[in-house]
Design a protein around this ligand. Structure first.
Ligand SMILES: [Fe+2]
Length: 370
């Protein structure tokens, strides 16, 4: 046992070749006994401790640090555990994975998963979740032609989350439509619902009928575009990361508004994690007119880059397929179709990305890659 010197707010602990500093409140708050063994929640209350909290003694062995607190409580920490937190590794997170950028030729390589396999085997769900984390998009085939089929697929990842339009949405066009609920016009590349404070995370688009001519689905990996945008136009990139752009959606019943960064960075590693982009839901930009001089060229250049054929994956979504994608990473759109040529019906819904990562952590631990 080695006696340690206690300073006012913390102590320095030798950790095999270097010395690391730890704050007393942090140490007391993270005593192994602070956690409920059944629920794994913290049951200790750091707010009740005195302002001048300080152990009365501290000593280390080869493998542990032992502290005695004024109230008689003893805390013992493994040095390896302390070293991990000092290095910033925290709990470790298998869901923080390198995103694999993809380009316009990705369709033949896109991850494909059969609905029946996914329902039958959780290890396939782990593979599917991994594809969504890495590439942001995957195709599910052999879907049942039912609303329940889509719901069951979503629930393999998490709970269906509502948007202001409800728990699901239908995109349909009939050969002889009684109303023009949706047009057959092209839909520009966008992410869904940036006017929502937390825009939907994972989007499911289940194709139930596609007998119309045209209407190809369009997808772009914003990680690929924004990463190259950063190299080509670093000043523009900075603007789109920093300006919080207003979005708005209004109907008789709704007036939904939020501000988003057009390019989003991953707080874990600073890499591009996605975008919020929708010209039809962008509100009137309200930056100063001088800032518009900087913002518009950056915004326009980024939007133009997204449309470059190099990035644009285009394919026909067939009945029985469900495309699943990260709505914060993958911009999507649709080519125009011939409204009189046949029926077209897609049903969509969303699950939050936090649920995707949670499900992945749990399932991958149970079903490691062979
Ligand atoms: Fe959309």
């Amino acid at each position: 046992m080695t006696q340690l010197e206690l300073s006012e707010k913390g102590l320095h602990v030798p950790l095999g070749g270097y010395v690391a500093y730890f704050n007393y409140f942090w140490l007391r708050d993270n005593c192994p006994s602070a956690w409920d063994p059944d629920t794994q929640e913290r049951s200790f209350d750091i707010l009740e401790e005195p302002d001048d909290l300080k152990p009365i003694s501290a000593e280390t062995s080869d493998t542990s640090l032992s502290l005695m607190w004024p109230d008689g409580h003893q805390s013992v920490y493994e040095l390896a555990w302390l070293a991990r937190w000092h290095r910033g590794e925290n709990h470790g997170d298998i869901a923080v994975r390198s995103r694999k950028a993809w380009y316009g030729d990705h369709y033949s390589k896109i991850g494909r998963f059969s609905y029946t396999d996914l329902i039958a085997q959780p290890s396939f769900v782990a593979d599917w979740a991994e594809a969504l984390l890495d590439e942001g998009i995957a195709l599910v085939t052999r879907m049942p032609n039912s609303n329940d089929g889509l719901q069951s697929l979503c629930e393999l990842i998490g709970t269906v989350r509502a948007s202001f339009s409800g728990y699901s949405f239908d995109v349909f066009s009939k050969k002889n439509p009684e109303n023009l609920a949706y047009t057959a016009k092209a839909l520009e590349l966008h992410t869904d619902l940036p006017p929502e404070e937390l825009a939907p995370g994972v989007q499911f688009l289940h194709c139930r009928i596609n007998d119309a001519t045209g209407g190809d689905s369009l997808f772009v990996d914003a990680v690929a575009v924004a990463t190259e945008f950063k190299q080509r136009y670093p000043e523009y990139f900075k603007i789109l990361c920093e300006f919080k752009t207003p979005f708005r959606y209004t109907t008789v019943d709704h007036d939904v508004r939020a501000r988003q960064h057009i390019i989003e960075l991953d707080p874990n590693n600073g890499e591009v994690s996605g975008i919020s982009f929708s010209q039809h839901l962008a509100d009137t930009f309200d930056f100063s007119q001088e800032q518009m001089d900087d913002f518009y060229p950056a915004f326009r250049k980024f939007g133009q880059m997204m449309q470059e054929p190099k990035y644009l994956m285009r394919f026909r979504l067939n009945a029985g397929e469900c495309v699943v994608f990260d709505n914060h990473r993958i911009a999507h759109g649709r080519a125009a179709f011939d409204e009189g040529s046949g029926d077209r019906f897609l049903r969509g819904c969303y699950v939050d990305r936090g649920e995707l990562r949670s499900k992945y952590r749990v399932l991958r631990r149970l079903h490691p890659v062979a």
